[in-house]
Design a protein around this ligand. Structure first.
Ligand SMILES: [Zn+2]
Length: 141
């Protein structure tokens, strides 16, 4: 990590600290262009928005997919206070961002939570694959 990248990562941690001070969950992220320019910043607003998806990483992934062309998105780096959760990781992958740099790993984060985080919801299937494939078949050609 370069000194400039370390400065950007420290900024993400600062956003997390300020979020907690303001009564939000303590997570912050920013998106930087290849030259280190901060394009957008976000913090967790799950409580204020009453929206379980209001994670900063997801907000930035949505912003990039909406506002940047694919080449510009691929040239960005997300700096985030904690390793993105599975929900945000899926959105980041779909957004086409270039890379993610995080300050605290998911494992280190889980160690700070009583119970270690959210339980996994069981998933069952495929239950009707022949019927369910009909509306999808041919869509991506
Ligand atoms: Zn998340």
């Amino acid at each position: 990590m370069t000194p400039d990248e370390e400065r950007l990562l420290r900024r993400a941690v600062e956003l997390a600290r300020r979020a907690r001070e303001d009564g939000h969950a303590p997570y912050g992220s920013l998106l930087a262009s290849a030259d280190g320019t901060v394009l957008v910043e976000a913090h967790n607003t799950v409580r204020a928005d009453r929206d379980i998806s209001a994670h900063p990483e997801l907000k930035l992934a949505r912003w990039a997919a909406r506002e940047l062309d694919p080449a510009a998105a691929a040239a960005t780096t997300m700096f985030t206070s904690c390793q993105p959760c599975p929900m945000c990781t899926g959105a980041i992958d779909r957004s086409g961002l270039g890379r993610v740099v995080y300050a605290l790993s998911a494992e280190q984060h889980a160690a700070l939570q009583p119970g270690g985080g959210f339980p996994r919801v069981p998933q069952e299937g495929p239950a009707l694959p022949e019927e369910a494939r009909v509306p999808v078949d041919g869509y991506y050609t």
